[in-house]
Design a protein around this ligand. Structure first.
Ligand SMILES: Cc1ncc(COP(=O)(O)O)c(C=O)c1O
Length: 316
């Protein structure tokens, strides 16, 4: 499957890498786990965006790494605050669609992040999830493409197809490849071969790209419908953070704090929202208390309209 992924990345993402640099993993989660085990150094920290995915943060600490948080805004990791005195083994980042705030890291910040990594002699682990679902704006180079010797690239088929198949991949700089293959072998020998053959065939025949194209249109329409419905019910009371990409968006309400009680009441009426505060590592930061994640990928227009109507009834 590595040949197919290599060709697919070159066509769809502009990434050039030989199949030899790719390791197939059981999802991006395993890729991150392998990278954390590989790069962990006792006297160095791992820099993690705040807010971030709590499960993936746990993957890093479970590998024995010590985490240091780093502020993030609507455009992604704040590179101007990187401290050259910090001893780091790697920086974990989601530049295609910062999870969960939704920013697409601008090219200037990408370049600053890479020069920092170069000067600090640390690696960057680029979790490129959601890069397939970008609805507006020009494409931005992957960090891996900008500096393949400093970046470990994580890819996943969970959002494109389904998380149930547990298929992902990583691309590594040459010096890390051999040790990473050894780690993978002694962790689970290899990722399920039957799933790999099936997906390789799906990519080879062009079906994966057709599927992504179709789903991108579907998700984009859902996103626009959600914005329309929020505007109908909450005109002037909210704005959207981050860029148009991915399967969820972050909505900031101007006058609503999403307390535990309010979130529970909303859920009790059948609507699930996710407060950004749940993804924070620095819990003293209260600046996100009026922001929620709203997913739209699994819903039809009727469900979106009904959900927003319920929110209007409950939110004061
Ligand atoms: C930020 C982020 N990275 C990666 C993944 C995908 O992980 P996996 O490929 O292990 O399913 C997810 C899924 O929720 C995610 O939110």
């Amino acid at each position: 499957m590595r040949e197919e992924i290599s060709r697919y990345l070159s066509r769809s993402r502009g990434i050039s890498c030989t199949p030899e640099r790719i390791i197939i993993t059981s999802g991006a989660t395993q890729g991150l786990s392998l990278a954390a085990h590989l790069l962990n150094q006792e006297n160095k920290n791992v820099l993690v965006e705040d807010p971030t995915h709590p499960g993936l943060r746990k993957v890093i600490t479970t590998a024995g790494c010590r985490i240091k948080t780093h502020p993030t805004d609507e455009r992604g990791i704040k590179t101007e605050l990187l401290n050259p005195a910090d001893p780091l083994s790697f920086i974990y980042t989601t530049p295609s669609h910062q999870y969960p705030l939704g920013g697409i890291l601008p090219i200037q910040r990408r370049l600053s992040l890479l020069s920092f990594a170069e000067a600090n002699n640390c690696y960057v682990v680029e979790d490129d999830y959601d890069s397939e679902f970008r609805y507006e704006g020009p494409p931005v180079n992957a960090l891996y493409e900008l500096n393949p010797e400093r970046v470990i690239y994580l890819g996943s088929f969970s959002k494109i197809l389904t998380p149930a198949i547990r298929l992902g991949f990583m691309i590594l700089p040459d010096p890390l490849l051999k040790d990473c293959k050894t780690l993978k072998t002694y962790s689970d020998v290899h990722t399920d071969a039957l799933s790999q053959y099936t997906l390789a065939e799906f990519i080879r025949g062009g079906s994966l790209e057709k599927h992504i194209w179709k789903m991108k249109k579907y998700y984009h329409k859902n996103r626009n419908h959600l914005i329309r419905e929020l505007t109908r019910q909450f005109a002037g009371e909210f704005h959207i953070l981050g860029q148009a990409a991915g399967l969820h968006m972050v909505v900031q309400f101007h006058n609503t704090v999403f307390s535990k009680e309010l979130v529970q009441e909303i859920e009790h009426h059948g609507v699930r929202i996710y407060p950004v505060e749940n993804y924070l590592l620095e819990h003293s930061d209260t600046s996100h208390s009026n922001q929620i994640l709203m997913g739209y990928s699994h819903l039809n227009f009727e469900a979106i309209t009904a959900g927003v109507d319920i929110l209007r009834e409950i939110i004061p």
